[in-house]
Design a protein around this ligand. Structure first.
Ligand code: EPZ
Length: 441
């Protein structure tokens, strides 16, 4: 089922023709039923870039979600010479990457500007081809998105880097050299880029203060499956021994912890009875701990979380977003939506991004009472929300507005759904499966 055109199609090519840009929601219905978690967008994007470390070999990935950003990454890899086969059916979604002996090493402006994660081709392309040209990723509505930590680490490994007219030109004579690199901030993208660059570098690289998101472990598994030695090093480091040639391999993308938490919070907000399956509950410990503190009723099994209705509204809580294993910034807007119905005043401090509160004014249009002061949202809980016309300003803001609309009385129309299609596979179908009255227009 294509996420864009609504037609069933097997090819991953995006139909530019019909993009459903508005979701109409008739809210106030407690959700019920079971929903399965997709493969993780933020794991799939970096592990797809591992194919750029190969020469004349094949990388096979299972459980790749069908998302706008995944299609953009596929188009980017195809523009560099990789042949991509997408095999999707009801029960599985496999993507096979056939990498040629010789790759192209320039990324087009259109593709690079479409998705920040295009920066993930920097490390592998530089390591494999000795050069790469990549237009700087644009900022987005959650703040500026620099890649200074990525570039600093690549320079330490011997890369020459120039930025001209908004394009990063990186090159290295011979191979990158293994180094001990300290990350000033446990950046997810910088960790991923440098792990991939180190995979074909000369000798051993130790990266310290790395991001510890589960997506990093998934990347380590995919690097191992093509022959790279990746080990943890001390408390917060990773050690990589560079190889001359990566071989073909096959691995699986982990479940999407952020998508799963979005459905869990939808169950809480609509006071429903739902089961979210195929997730790794330990990946969302911080969210479940906060929900328990707020008095939500749920039970946790090996690969599922079941939400139960509760007679009482949530208690107010304080949340601070942090790098993993702290509360994930990507679930911050959805948590704010849930806390907008709590019995009291909650606070959410956003410490990872500069400005991730644009959704607040949209939630306030629905009757929420959220004030922002610098990097803290003060959320005065209200009895209930009313349906309204709102706009998704970014991927997770869109998700927050959708779950708010599910709980609100009356009709909510969420515009600019293009943001949501970047990260939520078939969200309309999945919500209808939980008894929600949603329609795409
Ligand atoms: C990844 O982005 C995710 N995207 C984001 O998910 C997620 O919010 C973020 O990690 C944090 O968990 C993908 O994995 C594709 P960072 P990334 O580098 O790698 C600053 C979503 O909704 N920074 O950890 O860009 C940066 O500006 C998206 O799915 C630098 O200053 O995150 C930000 O303030 C949104 N210099 C902070 O670090 C750098 O060189 C975290 O960025 C790199 C980052």
């Amino acid at each position: 089922m294509s996420i864009i055109s609504g037609k069933t199609e097997i090819s991953h090519r995006r139909e530019e023709s019909t993009i459903y840009n508005t979701m109409k929601i008739n809210g106030g219905i407690p959700l019920s039923g079971t929903v399965k978690t997709q493969g993780a967008k933020n794991a799939a994007l970096p592990v797809m870039a591992v194919c750029l470390l190969l020469r004349g070999e094949t990388l096979t990935l299972d459980n790749v979600p069908d998302l706008y950003d995944i299609n953009t990454m596929i188009e980017t890899l195809e523009s560099l010479g990789v042949t991509v086969e997408v095999k999707r059916d009801e029960n599985s979604s496999q993507v096979i990457f056939h990498t040629p002996e010789e790759l192209k090493w320039e990324v087009s402006e259109t593709l690079a500007r479409k998705m920040r994660a295009s920066s993930l081709v920097l490390g592998p392309l530089l390591a494999n081809c000795g050069k790469v040209s990549l237009p700087l990723p644009g900022g987005c509505s959650i703040g500026s998105r620099p890649i200074d930590l990525h570039l600093k680490g690549l320079k330490q490994m011997g890369a020459e880097i120039e930025i001209q007219n908004g394009v990063v030109h990186a090159s290295v004579k011979g191979k990158l050299r293994g180094r001990r690199i300290y990350l000033d901030f446990p950046s997810v993208g910088a960790t991923e880029n440098l792990m991939m660059a180190a995979s074909l570098a000369q000798g051993e690289t130790i990266i310290e203060n790395v991001a510890r998101e589960p997506e990093i472990d998934n990347l380590a598994a995919v690097l191992r499956c093509v022959g790279v030695t990746v080990e943890t090093e001390g408390a917060g480091g990773v050690r990589i021994i560079g190889i001359d040639k990566a071989h073909s391999g096959r691995e699986r993308v982990i479940p999407d912890r952020i998508e799963a938490s979005t459905y869990i919070l939808a169950g809480v907000m609509t006071n429903g009875h739902i089961k979210v399956e195929d997730l790794v509950p330990s990946h969302i410990d911080a969210i479940l701990a906060k929900l328990e503190e707020a008095g939500a009723k749920f039970s946790v099994k090996k690969n599922s979380v079941e939400i139960f209705p509760s007679k009482k509204r949530l208690h107010p809580v304080s949340v601070k977003t942090l790098p993993y294993p702290g509360f994930p910034t990507d679930s911050q807007p959805q948590m704010a939506a849930a806390l907008s119905l709590a019995r009291g005043v909650s606070t959410i401090e956003e410490s990872v991004f500069q400005a991730r509160f644009l959704y607040a004014q949209e939630l306030n249009r629905m009757g929420a009472d959220i004030q922002i002061s610098r990097d803290v949202a003060i959320i005065r809980g209200v009895e209930g929300l009313q349906g309204a016309g709102v706009k998704a300003t970014d991927l997770r803001a869109g998700a927050a507005l959708i779950i708010a609309g599910l709980s609100a009385k009356g009709e909510t129309r969420v515009d600019d759904m293009i943001h949501v299609w970047r990260g939520y596979e078939a969200i309309d179908k999945k919500l209808r499966g939980l008894g929600a009255r949603v329609e795409l227009i």
